[in-house]
Write a protein that binds this ligand. Structure first.
Ligand SMILES: Cc1cc2nc3c(=O)[nH]c(=O)nc-3n(C[C@H](O)[C@H](O)[C@H](O)COP(=O)(O)O)c2cc1C
Length: 208
């Protein structure tokens, strides 16, 4: 692996439970791939471009199978920057807490920026083809409640299914999740679950 893009979607820095689990992943990952470049993209510190009507019109030009005009290209500079940064990696690590049963808005904003026709997917006679193939992803999440397979709330986890779908849509199907849960049901449980998730994260890094 040459370049890992680490996408962070929690604003909580040192306070973050998710980042604690990510640290265990990264420690092991760096041992496995000592020469791999790690590019950190903190979505909560980065000022992502708002989706103006003009930016959105560029998407419709591409959806119509046309090229961007020179002036639209200029408007799209920041979008292309993020797409190129994303595509320059061959591995991804996403650190994201569950927010309102799904992903934090900063990560959704980033997905809206990078998932563009011609760059990350295209339509063919056989349907949609993802263009970010042969890449791997690990997603580390934490949740206040418990949405594991055994939990009665499992069906309300719109985070893991959404991320699997949207990154599968662009061609990334090799995705491992480490979900630390429940985090907000008592201090002792939180500690135990973080430790258990760290162990799973180390295993995920070994297998990455
Ligand atoms: C805006 C917001 C929305 C949240 N929504 C949910 C939720 O829908 N379900 C849940 O179980 N926890 C929810 N939580 C709790 C977080 O997922 C949980 O505390 C997590 O461990 C925080 O991770 P962090 O410390 O890495 O930021 C929410 C927290 C915030 C701040």
């Amino acid at each position: 692996m040459k370049k890992l893009l680490h996408i962070i979607a929690t604003p909580r820095g040192e306070e973050s439970r998710t980042l604690q689990v990510t640290a265990a992943f990264l420690e092991r990952f760096k041992k496995k791939y000592p020469d791999c470049k790690i590019d950190e993209l903190n979505l909560t510190a980065e000022a992502l471009q708002p989706f103006t009507a003009r930016i959105v019109s560029g998407k419709y030009v591409l959806l119509g199978g046309k090229e961007l005009t020179e002036s639209l290209k200029d408007t799209w500079k920041n979008i292309e920057y993020h797409i190129n940064r994303f595509l320059s990696a061959d591995g991804y690590l996403i650190t994201a807490p569950m927010w309102n049963f799904s992903i934090p808005y900063s990560l959704k904003h980033y997905i809206d920026i990078i998932v563009q026709p011609k760059y990350l997917f295209r339509y063919t006679d056989k349907g949609v083809e993802g263009l970010a193939k042969n890449r791997r992803m690990a997603v580390i999440t934490s949740r206040g409640g418990d949405y594991s397979q055994e939990s009665p709330f499992h069906a309300y986890d719109f985070q893991e299914p959404y991320l699997r779908f949207i990154f599968g849509f662009v061609g990334i199907t090799d995705i491992t999740f480490v979900n630390s849960q429940p985090m907000d049901m008592g201090e002792q449980t939180q500690k135990e679950k973080i430790e258990a998730a760290k162990e799973l994260a180390r295993k995920a890094a070994d297998a990455f």
